[in-house]
Structure formats: structure tokens, C-alpha cells
Design a protein around this ligand. Structure first.
Ligand code: MTE
Ligand code: MO
Length: 469
């Protein structure tokens, strides 16, 4: 249509409130949905999350929207088109290393702007077993590198010697594998541990986790072609294309035994949920090390190094390690603790959220969340209480990876329960704890697992909610 105006995404982003009007994008279109919000059959709470951004990830979750009728309804609210060029050129300030960051979805709660760190709201997080890439948490330590597929290369080295240089196409020549795996940041749920005692680290809620499908080449296949003898080395190091101001890349490493094990399902992934990996998540290639702390899943992969040593990176040696609650910044010695690799069992209540008021129906309230354990350990049970553990109820595990093989449960498990509540009670505290296949259970409180950087925050999750009878 000739009367349609062209908008860049920055302008669209400003229309995320009632005063300015509420706009959303869908594919190339820009839509003004201000007057529609209150009439939305699904209620205003979810649709408002798309304000100033794309509705596509929401329609991926609430897929009942993908009908001709709804497309037509949306078209009736169209006010213009997105200009891709404008969006890119408008945002650029040459002196800012963060001037070329991708555009992010507005629903993400930002914990850090530069580097960009953000997580989705809990209630959205558990709406789907597969997390859409637009709403998947982002944890960057540095500016997002700009990478051209045509010139992209991946170096393979043994200690200091480069043995091979792969172009993107060389990586894709290997047999293609798809796995479904969660990634979780070592700092997920840190905000709760910080309430126990002050610590240093970004204030993550329960959303520094996501579950996606990852497609690519198996690391073990690439390493096999290098012809290395596993006994002569100890670690596989990874380096990203993201550089700190001194030119040092983000880096991490994993034990070589893990890296060479075909059952570890480690992937040099070039697709996320069947699409090319988006820039924030490591375009064009990232490592997925299932069951292992997020920090080892190196994005924008530039180099793989077979070595006797662990990665020299700060993020391997001087961070992402756990300590005793009595270790403080005066006596901490990072060289004394091993790097976090496989994660322990954890769970979180995502619905209702803390301080929410909910309606009691037939003496029950619906409670939902996720549970996950590292190392491929299956979640076998999630226990819920609302009376400090006097009575425990077992939640239904209603979404898990049905195809996973023994010891390779990389996905999270979504659970749900209609929890009986005491008649007339005005406020309750709900606790959740998960149990994994090795019968590991979450610790009861943060008191005795507190650590100065706030890692592996896996105590029982507790939320207080108000009840409406
Ligand atoms: N890889 C590179 N190159 N640079 C990074 O900053 N962050 C790591 C890891 N890989 C990071 C990286 C951390 S700490 C986490 S938790 C995950 O990526 C987050 O992955 P996501 O942003 O795709 O969710
Ligand atoms: Mo992380």
C-alpha cells in the first residue's frame, strides 16, 4: 500500500506505552495496537509484553494466532513498514564499541546494558518447552562481534600450532546433528542468594536459562579428524571473536575426556531452533556443551585449542568458581577452586510470581515452573509445599525430552501442580525442590551455600503469594 510510512526499529521501540501508543512489528509490518489491547481475547497481560517490539516470538508460543483471520485483523491495524537500513544506520555511533549491537526484544528484563545481559519474565519462560530465540536470555561479557559469513573462519590448534582453518562451509560438511538442550548461566537465581548476604554479580532472577534445539557438527568428530591422542592432553579450550579492550578474547575450556565423548553430545552449533543462530547467541557458530554451566558454551567461536592446560581466560581461571560461605574478597584464592563445569540440580517456580495475588479455584491454585540438572541427569521428581514442608505434594512433570537416552537428559523439565491451599488463608509461601536421577536434591536454604560471586544458586525456590478466595 502506497500510504504506508516507513519506520525504523528505534521509533517502533518508543511506542511501548499507552501515552506514545503501543506498536508492534510482525515480519515487515508495523502495527498500532493501542486500542486493541483491552479487547484482546487473551487479556492484556501477554500482548503488552510485545509492546515496541516483535510479536513473532509470542505467536510462536501462542501458536493459535497463526490463522488467516488473525492475520487479517492484524493487517487492519497496520500503519507502516520497518526499514531495515534505517534501523541499522540510525543506531550507529562509531566510537562506542556497543554501537553495532543487535536489536533486542523489549520483553527482556535488562540486568546490564553494556555488555548486554537480559532475561525473560518467569511467566513467559515456562509457556513453551522450546524457548523462542528472541526471548532466550542473553549473557554477554563484551560487545557482540560483527561477523561476515563469507570471511568467517574457525582455527583448530594443538597448543600453539594451528593445524587447520575451517570456513563456515567446512564445518557444515560434517554429519549434521540436532540436540535439544538447556543452557543455564552459573549466576541464575543470584538475586535470591544476594538477599542472604551481599555478593558481587549481576542480579539474575530465575530466567537466566532457556531450552532450545541446537544443530551442527559434533565436536568429537572434528577432534577425531585432528588425530590427537586423548592421553597426551587434558583440556579443549575455546575462544570467541568478542574481544576485550586489550584484544583478549572471551574464552573457556572443558576437560578433554568430555570433549571427545560422543555421548556428551557437544555440538558446534550453527542453528538454534532450526534458524541460523542469532547474533546475540553466537552467530554463526557457538559451542553447546550440554549439562555444563553456560560460561563454557562459547559463542562466536573463533578457535578450538587442544591443550595440556585449561583456558587461560579470566572467565575460566578467575571467575565461575565456587567457595565456602566463609571465603571473602580478602582471603579468596581463585587458583584453589576448580572451575564450575556440570551444574547441580535446580528448580524454580515461575507462575505465580513473587507477591502476585491469585484466585483459589476449588481449594487449589495452579503452580508452574521448571527443573533441570546438569550432567544429563534426568529430573525424576519435583516436590512442592505451602506449609514449610509439613506436607509435600508431587508436581506433574508435563514437558520433558521424551527421546533422551539414559544419562543424556540435556533439556529442562517443565512441571505443574494444582496445589491445595488451606481454606481461608490470605497469604502462603510456596517452596519447590527438585530431585535428579542420582537422587541429588536442592539444598534447603542459601545460608550455607552462599558464595562471594553468587554462583550455583540452587536452594529451594520460595515465592510468597496473596490468595483471593
Ligand atoms: N561466549 C562468548 N564468546 N562471550 C560471552 O560473553 N558468555 C557465556 C557463554 N558464552 C559468553 C559466551 C555465558 S556466561 C553464558 S551464561 C552463555 O554464553 C549465555 O548464552 P546466551 O547469551 O546465548 O544465553
Ligand atoms: Mo553465565
Amino acid at each position: 500500500r502506497a500510504d504506508l510510512k516507513t519506520y525504523n526499529l528505534e521509533e517502533v521501540g518508543k511506542h511501548d506505552n499507552k501515552q506514545n501508543g503501543i506498536w508492534v512489528t510482525f515480519k515487515q509490518g508495523v502495527y498500532d495496537i493501542t486500542d486493541f489491547i483491552e479487547k484482546h481475547p487473551g487479556g492484556p497481560s501477554k500482548i503488552i509484553m510485545a509492546a515496541g517490539s516483535s510479536i513473532e516470538p509470542f505467536w510462536a508460543i501462542f501458536a493459535n494466532h497463526n490463522t488467516e483471520e488473525i492475520y487479517e485483523l492484524l493487517e487492519s491495524m497496520r500503519i507502516g513498514n520497518i526499514s531495515k537500513d534505517d534501523a541499522a544506520s540510525n543506531a550507529i555511533n562509531e566510537n562506542d564499541p556497543y554501537s553495532k549491537e543487535p536489536i533486542r526484544h523489549k520483553v527482556l528484563k535488562i540486568n546490564g546494558q553494556k555488555p548486554f545481559c537480559a532475561e525473560p519474565p518467569p511467566s513467559l519462560l515456562i509457556e513453551s518447552f522450546i524457548t523462542p530465540m528472541e526471548t532466550f536470555y542473553v549473557r554477554n561479557h563484551l560487545p557482540v562481534p560483527e561477523i561476515d559469513l563469507k570471511t568467517y573462519s574457525l582455527e583448530l590448534a594443538i597448543e600453539e600450532v594451528i593445524k587447520k582453518t575451517f570456513k563456515f562451509e567446512d564445518i557444515r560438511k560434517y554429519p549434521k546433528y540436532t540436540i535439544t538442550s538447556a543452557i543455564m548461566c552459573g549466576g541464575n537465581r543470584r538475586s535470591e542468594m544476594a538477599q542472604e548476604r551481599q555478593l558481587r554479580g549481576l542480579s539474575w532472577g530465575v530466567g537466566a536459562v532457556g531450552n532450545a534445539t541446537w544443530t551442527g557438527t559434533r565436536l568429537c568428530d572434528v577432534l577425531k579428524d585432528l588425530g590427537i591422542n586423548e592421553d597426551n592432553y587434558n583440556h579443549i579450550q575455546f575462544e570467541g571473536y568478542d574481544l576485550d579492550p586489550s584484544g583478549t578474547p572471551y574464552g573457556a575450556s572443558i576437560p578433554i575426556s568430555k570433549a571427545m565423548d560422543p555421548r556428551a553430545d557437544i555440538i558446534l552449533a550453527y542453528e538454534m531452533n532450526g534458524q541460523p543462530i542469532p547474533r546475540d547467541h553466537g552467530f554463526p557458530v557457538r559451542v553447546i556443551v550440554p549439562g555444563v554451566v553456560g560460561a563454557r558454551n562459547v559463542k562466536w567461536l573463533a578457535r578450538i585449542i587442544v591443550s595440556k592446560e585449561e583456558s587461560p581466560s579470566q572467565w575460566q581461571q578467575g571467575d565461575y568458581k565456587g567457595f565456602s560461605p566463609s571465603t571473602d574478597w580478602d582471603n579468596v584464592d581463585f587458583s584453589k577452586a576448580p572451575a564450575i563445569q556440570e551444574m547441580p540440580v535446580i528448580s524454580a517456580i515461575c507462575k505465580p510470581e513473587h507477591a502476585e495475588t491469585i484466585k483459589v479455584v476449588n481449594g487449589k491454585i495452579n503452580v508452574k515452573g521448571y527443573a533441570w540438572s546438569g550432567g544429563g541427569r534426568k529430573i525424576i521428581r519435583v516436590d512442592i509445599t505451602n506449609n514449610q514442608g509439613k506436607t509435600w505434594y508431587t508436581a506433574d512433570l508435563n514437558a520433558e525430552d521424551k527421546n533422551a537416552k539414559e544419562g543424556r537428559y540435556w533439556s529442562w523439565t517443565l512441571w505443574s501442580i494444582d496445589l491445595p491451599v488451606k481454606e481461608g488463608s490470605k497469604e502462603i509461601e510456596i517452596w519447590a525442590k527438585a530431585v535428579d536421577a542420582s537422587y541429588n536434591v536442592q539444598p534447603e536454604s542459601f545460608k550455607n551455600i552462599w558464595n562471594l560471586r553468587g554462583f550455583v544458586c540452587n536452594a529451594y525456590h520460595r515465592v510468597k503469594v496473596k490468595l483471593e478466595h
